[in-house]
Design a protein around this ligand. Structure first.
Ligand code: HEC
Length: 200
């Protein structure tokens, strides 16, 4: 009897040991893949849309509503801009975005207005308020891969409600980079994100 009990206990012990080591091993595996935070590409060299970006650092939300653009805003939504935690911390240390930075701009419509200027009243006051998601544009810093467009690649994953395209090819210079080269500071409209990037 005693020996059977002992064998049973030993079995339970071994089982526990096994499950713990599997658990420990898989958490190591996770943390290893977490450090690989840069952009991912498919075999055709197209950028794969990141999946976890709502958990990234939010940098700001420029807004260009129709009502302030003669009803013809190209992007009437909020432009919610996110970056990876690693890019954010590196920028705060050095003042430069590291290689592998992704700036992801997700468009978000405003709730339908009740006033002529497209605004509406909510408990907090009269203004514009976030509604449905409506598209994604991305820029990626890779000085080698995108050397023809000042070290940043530009991608569009659709200007419509989700689901978005899962992958996108880099767009030609005229489509995106040219305007960022002409009007932004080092390819990024950094002034809009500095309040959060520089926040202490
Ligand atoms: C006519 C000029 C112009 C063109 C063309 C343009 N952008 Fe931009 N982009 C801006 C401005 C201005 C901002 C910042 C203010 C805003 O979002 O309204 C911006 C912001 C961005 C951001 C957020 C990071 C940053 O640099 O501020 C991304 C990402 C972006 N654009 C991607 C694209 C992509 C992809 C294309 C091409 C499909 C594109 N842009 C074409 C002017 C332009």
């Amino acid at each position: 009897m005693i020996t059977i009990n002992l064998i049973k206990r030993a079995r339970i012990f071994i089982l526990l040991l096994l499950t713990t080591s599997i658990f420990v091993f898989s958490s190591f595996a996770n943390s290893a893949s977490d450090t690989d935070w840069g952009p991912k590409y498919n075999s055709k060299g197209e950028l794969i849309l990141p999946t976890n970006y709502h958990g990234w650092i939010f940098l700001g939300a420029p807004l260009t509503p129709h009502a302030l653009n003669n009803g013809k805003a190209g992007f009437p939504e909020y432009h919610n801009v996110y970056t990876q935690y690693e890019a954010y911390t590196a920028y705060r240390k050095t003042g430069v975005f590291p290689e592998g930075t992704i700036l992801l701009k997700e468009l978000q419509l405003t709730i339908e207005g009740t006033n002529d200027d497209g605004s509406r009243g909510e408990a907090s006051g009269r203004g514009y308020f976030p509604a449905a998601l409506n598209g994604i544009d991305i820029s990626v810093k890779d000085s080698e891969r995108y050397k023809d467009t000042n070290g940043w690649g530009f991608f569009n994953f659709g200007h419509h409600a989700p689901p978005y395209a899962k992958t996108a090819a880099a767009l030609p210079k005229e489509a995106c980079a040219a305007c960022h080269i002409a009007s932004a500071e080092n390819m990024v409209f950094i002034k809009f994100y500095k309040p959060i990037l520089n926040a202490k």
